[in-house]
Design a protein. Structure first.
Length: 323
């Protein structure tokens, strides 16, 4: 009993620390040192997304994956070193694209304001701007993050919630980062844009419990449709996460989940909890959706997880390497 109480105290402390640690961030952080940074990032991101609209989802996902491992410190951007595979080499990150886009934006910012703006801040801004360019919400991004110097593939594997997590595991994963159940269901809505490889969900279609069965949580017509696209061993085909509007940030994801057409186990899991289920159905049917407002709020909250500020970390000259 004493051990359990001690564990709970530590868990609550860490959750509070995750949130409070973001207090070193502020709006207009670069007002004097690089006043045009947001305009520069917005302009360059627009060029990137205009040429490749499907990069918006990976860039948003990259920010999420960065924040869930060591906090929002740009560690997901670092390349591996001798004897140390980096986060980007970990299985959950091997499908992420767009690292060269962050490098491109950083390069433009460096020309204007050398050694001033962190890669972590640039990633947070790019994620916001890419979302907005796909008709998603706008949110003000508090800045002042510093870049971390450590990136480890094993940490990514153990900190990022995989697509096969159930609702209990998802809630625990988010809680460990200071995010609550509402943040979980709101941030899951980012699956309204982007695609996924068949291999991330094919077990739900062909071998859910190891006896050649299908996940009963999936709509049978949806299963038939997905089987037409994905064979049991397909590792290359991409499937839209929000069919019909995967290039538009909207509430369509929740309508799909409500119809039992969430692509991942983690999507379907949102129907297994009273609070997340209620939110899914509200956004799927409500004409006055709160999703955009909620998403903006949760993104700001997520962007403050375990940030490095002040004299911590560094301002990397190039995002893939420590100085």
């Amino acid at each position: 009993m004493a051990f359990t109480k001690h564990f709970l105290v530590i868990f609550v402390f860490l959750a509070i620390f995750n949130i409070c640690n973001g207090q070193g961030l502020k709006l207009g952080f670069y007002k004097k040192t690089c006043p045009s940074v947001e305009a520069i990032v917005q302009k360059e991101t627009a060029r990137i997304i205009s040429a490749a609209p499907t990069l918006a989802a990976p860039l948003l996902r990259m920010h999420f994956h960065d924040c869930f491992v060591r906090g929002c410190d740009g560690s997901v951007l670092l390349n591996a070193t001798n004897n140390n595979p980096a986060e980007k080499d970990s299985i959950p990150n091997q499908s992420i694209r767009g690292f060269e886009s962050i490098d491109r934006v950083k390069s433009v910012v460096e020309k204007q304001c050398p050694g001033v703006v962190s890669c972590a801040d640039i990633l947070a801004l790019v994620a916001r701007d890419a979302t907005l360019l796909l008709k998603g919400p706008f949110w003000k991004v508090p800045l002042g993050r510093r870049d971390g110097r450590v990136s480890n593939s094993t940490e990514a594997l153990f900190n990022l919630p995989p697509p096969f997590f159930n609702i209990t595991q998802l809630k625990a994963s988010f809680a460990s980062k200071g995010l609550n159940t509402k943040d979980l269901v709101v941030l899951s809505g980012s699956h309204t844009i982007g695609t996924s490889h068949c291999s991330s969900f094919s077990s739900r279609l062909y071998n859910f419990t190891g006896v050649g069965d299908t996940d009963p949580a999936l709509d049978s017509n949806y299963v038939t449709n997905l089987r037409r696209k994905c064979s049991p061993t397909d590792t290359t085909t991409l499937v839209e996460m929000d069919p019909g509007s995967f290039k538009t940030f909207d509430e369509g994801y929740y309508a799909q989940v409500a119809k039992r057409r969430g692509l991942f186990t983690s999507d379907s899991a949102l129907l297994a909890d009273r609070k997340t289920n209620a939110y899914v159905r509200l956004q799927a049917t409500s004409k006055g959706s709160t999703f955009f407002k909620d998403f903006a709020k949760s993104m700001v909250k997520m962007g403050k997880i375990d940030v490095l500020t002040g004299n911590q970390g560094e301002i990397r000259r190039t995002c893939a390497f420590v100085n």
